[in-house]
Design a protein around this ligand. Structure first.
Ligand code: NAD
Length: 451
């Protein structure tokens, strides 16, 4: 059994089973047995089951959100959005089974058609920072394409995934089609990589573990989707609406206590407006409301664990702190929003993913310098740029090497647009119209006309 802790109080409030190798194998083999019948469900019926699953999630939105506040310290506002995102992603991919069309290709002597065949059992490995959305981004398209799914939640945040597994059964998805397998990464997650019945692993987590999964998957030429770390840049040009850019910068990095792969944790400000921009940023950072995440007006809750707080603290110690916000001081793993001045691109807090409410700031000279600095990282997940010059917005958007960018805003995620990383931030794309096909293989069939 694993203790489940409320990060806002530091107290254990329940326990969940941690499955061993034999139980993991049993879950995978149940999913394997469920596959032939699930892929054979008529497209319209599979669509209906997924729409019903979405409706059941919708009926339990508040319960799921409250569970996430307790288990992950997410603010109630964020947690409601996250549960709603699971519903929306299910609804979106519920439209897929009847539209999963192949092609008819002209050939002599017969008919050539392609099919998008499901892969079999898909293993989904989820991190602790966004337990609900990241689970849904994997299981909804995987199920819609006709695969069965085994899903491993993170050790620290298993509760909403376990509840979603129950809700799937309540929506009458057949037994074995969607199974939650709580346990350790080194046991359950690793078994998804080595068990031959699992035909694809969808992994979201650290770049380090992602690389080991990709290496392990090579042995069986297993398909992978990897959503890994980030160190995204927020680039503010002198001609931008500086007030808007400064007002929105704290949310772009401190949301979810900075435990967000898309966090704009590197702030690049054009040197001619550097001092002015920091003067606008300071009150916005100080005003960022860090409090009990169950309160309706909370903008940020605690960090996920004591160990993680220690790691985040190590980036701030000995660094040049520009200014900080405030946070509760007792009970739970609180950390104030913190802005650090970078003096070199070699500063550890500038280079590494902190995964906490820490923003590093550096000035740049001109457009070329901004692009060079933004791309000076092995990561490439997200990012923003602020300018009123349309030409510059287009040039810089094309030049910055990341999978998702926003201009004069910080949005990264819409369930109907693609999401994923370039460089070492990942491989493949989730969400949007294309993700579905990554849960299928193309089969080409030629039917001879005969004489
Ligand atoms: P992590 O890599 O430690 O763990 C992620 C998951 O992998 C957990 O479920 C864990 O149990 C499992 N795991 C650990 N070792 C494993 C192994 N050897 N084999 C198989 N599974 C294993 O990451 P984390 O600390 O939970 O999450 C934080 C990281 O996730 C950050 O780097 C963040 O940027 C990244 N992330 C990326 C995205 C994205 O979409 N690109 C989204 C969210 C988080």
């Amino acid at each position: 059994m694993t203790d489940v802790i409320n990060p806002a109080t530091g107290e254990v409030f329940t326990t969940v089973p941690s499955l061993d190798l034999a139980a993991t194998d049993a879950a995978i083999e149940t999913a394997q047995r469920a596959f032939p019948a699930w892929r054979a469900v008529a497209p319209g019926d599979r669509a209906r089951l997924l729409r019903r699953f979405a409706a059941v999630v919708d009926q339990h939105l508040e319960e799921l959100a409250e569970l996430e506040v307790r288990n992950a310290g997410h603010t109630i506002g964020n947690a409601r959005w996250e549960a709603g995102n699971v519903r929306d992603v299910l609804d979106y991919y519920a439209g897929a089974p009847e539209r999963l069309s192949g092609r008819q290709i002209p050939v002599a002597g017969g008919l050539d058609v392609t099919f998008h065949e499901p892969l079999g059992v898909v293993g989904i490995i989820v991190p602790w920072n966004f337990p609900m959305p990241i689970a849904g981004w994997g299981f909804a398209p995987a199920l819609a394409a006709g695969n069965t799914v085994v899903l491993k939640p993170a050790e620290l945040t298993p509760l909403t995934a376990i509840r979603l597994g129950e809700l799937a059964l309540a929506a009458e998805l057949p037994e074995g089609v969607f199974t939650i397998v709580p346990g350790k990464g080194s046991v359950v997650g690793q078994r998804f990589v080595t068990h031959p019945a699992v035909r694809k692993v969808c992994f979201t987590g650290s770049t380090e573990v992602g690389k080991s999964i990709m290496a392990g998957a090579a042995d069986q030429v297993k398909r992978v989707t990897l959503e890994l770390g980030g160190k995204s840049a927020n680039i503010v040009f002198a001609d931008a609406d500086l007030e808007r850019a400064a007002a929105s910068a704290p949310g772009s990095v401190f949301d979810n206590a900075g435990q967000d792969c898309c966090a704009r944790s590197r702030l690049l400000v054009q040197e001619s407006v550097y001092d002015k921009f920091l003067a606008l940023l300071e009150p916005a950072v100080r005003a960022f409301r860090v409090t009990d995440p169950a309160q309706a007006d909370a903008e940020m809750g605690p960090l996920i664990s004591a160990a993680h707080k220690k790691t985040v603290t190590s980036y701030v110690e000995g660094s040049d702190v520009a200014f900080r916000g405030s946070a509760p001081e007792s009970g739970g793993w609180w950390f104030p929003p913190t802005v650090l001045l970078a003096h070199s691109t070699e500063d550890r807090h500038w280079r590494e993913e902190v995964f906490g409410p820490v923003l590093s700031v550096l000035p740049f000279k001109d457009e070329e310098d901004a692009v060079r600095l933004a791309n000076d990282t092995e990561y490439g997940l997200s990012g923003s740029l602020w300018t009123r010059d349309l030409g510059r917005a287009l040039r810089v958007s094309r030049a910055v090497e990341t999978g998702a960018l926003s201009v004069n805003s910080h949005s990264s995620v819409r369930y109907w647009t693609p999401f994923g990383g370039m460089k070492q931030s990942g491989l493949g794309r989730e969400l949007g119209p294309d993700a579905l096909l990554s849960f299928t293989d193309v089969k080409n069939v030629f039917l001879a006309m005969g004489d």
